[in-house]
Design a protein around this ligand. Structure first.
Ligand SMILES: Cc1ncc(COP(=O)(O)O)c(C=O)c1O
Length: 373
């Protein structure tokens, strides 16, 4: 029965060049990494690895249950308060992934009486949260401030939340945070900014909300993942303490989910401390991103993501395969992972890449694009 049901769906994807396949990764593999989200190059930093190991020794391999059941470890508390202080927010609450942080906060604020105004390019976790929230949702064209203003002005709901990413994950461009925050004040709404690709990169590492002078503003909420610049796993919602209390009581993705693992907490905390002690790391990401963009002939991005349009999905996969065969890993994004339907190579800039590796990577990528197109 499953065969009849699923095989035609698989064939339809295959005929359009959109099948996704898992590939093995060898542990000692040596490649220039321009695909992962390890922006600060900390995932294998001995201090981060050791902190994860130490956390497991002290607290065990699992958080063992929801934090409402087995409690909050000192590591959770330190991570939340140090991250909040670093990005200038009053409080933080950790979830077991960035996906769940978005799901938790958006569903806890949503429901009848709340309008969600969602930018057309937001991450799948926010899209899914909108669907789950039972709110009315208005999807506005990408970065269209006037469309957001109209949606807020014409609403009947007493409450509204505007959903954006500070640096968009596929195109790599930035949201107009200052204008959106002003609109939120004018229309008595809340602005929720996903800083997955801003933390550790923009605003000297403190993110785009801090860079825009909006950190700690009562009408701005921030979500972050720990899985990118902080080289770990997990997510955090940051904002005023009234929000944190609400989430502990209302966010089902927090209440009914096992707490963030001690290893992930320990690693993220160590990475955060390195980030605050070594402020030159974020700057290196921008230099690398600019170099990659120039080599590929695309506009420089606002953060670590350099997005290179390709003629189609097959060409994108072929170019990424050619890069890997030559020792450079890049991402290939195809529908439905691209908001505008255009398949592309997605290059992520990392701190700590040597000039030699970067030069070689630029050669390999430009040759692969030429050969695959
Ligand atoms: C913008 C954005 N938000 C949320 C997530 C989800 O974070 P996590 O991988 O921690 O679930 C990601 C990517 O993974 C992302 O790019």
């Amino acid at each position: 029965m499953l065969e009849d049901w699923l095989a035609p769906k698989a064939a339809a994807l295959e005929s359009r060049g959109l099948t996704r396949r898992l590939r093995p990764r060898a542990s000692g593999e040596v490649v220039v990494d321009l695909a992962s989200n390890d922006y600060l190059g900390l995932a294998r930093d001995p201090r981060v690895v050791e902190a994860a190991v130490e956390a497991v020794r002290e607290w065990g391999a699992s958080a063992t249950a929801s934090r409402l059941v087995t409690g909050t470890t000192a590591l959770h508390a330190e991570l939340e308060s140090e991250l909040a202080a670093y990005v200038g927010q009053e409080t933080g609450l950790a979830f077991s992934s960035g996906y769940l942080a978005n799901l938790g906060v958006i569903t806890a604020l949503g429901g009848p009486g709340t309008l969600l105004v969602s930018d057309d390019h937001v991450h799948a976790s926010m899209v899914d949260a909108c669907r789950l929230s039972r709110s009315r949702v208005e999807v506005t064209p990408h970065n269209d401030v006037e469309a957001v203003a109209k949606a807020l002005a014409e609403r009947n709901e007493p409450r509204a939340v505007v959903l954006v990413e500070s640096v968009y994950s596929v195109l790599g461009d930035a949201a107009p945070l200052t204008e959106l925050a002003a609109l939120a004040v004018e229309h008595d709404a809340v602005l929720l900014v996903d800083e997955a690709h801003g933390l550790g990169v923009t605003g000297n590492g403190r993110g785009s909300v801090a860079a825009a002078g909006l950190a700690g503003a009562g009408h701005v909420i921030v979500t972050m993942t720990l899985s990118k610049a902080l080289a770990s796993q997990g997510g955090v919602v940051l904002g005023p303490s009234v929000l944190r209390d609400h989430l502990i009581n209302r966010a089902r993705a927090f209440i009914f989910d096992t707490g963030l693992t001690p290893a992930a907490c320990g690693a993220a905390l160590a990475a955060l401390r390195i980030l605050s002690e070594e402020p030159s790391r974020p700057e290196a990401i921008h230099g690398t991103a600019a170099r990659l963009a120039a080599a590929c002939g695309v506009t420089a991005s606002a953060g670590p993501v350099v997005s290179v349009p390709m003629p189609g999905p097959r060409e994108a996969v072929r170019a990424a395969d050619l890069c890997l065969a030559n020792g450079v890993r890049v991402g290939s994004f195809r529908p439905p992972s691209v908001p505008d339907g255009i398949s592309r190579l997605r290059l992520t800039a990392h701190a700590g890449l040597s000039t030699t590796d970067l030069d070689r990577a630029c050669d390999v990528i430009t040759t692969a694009i030429r050969e695959a197109s």
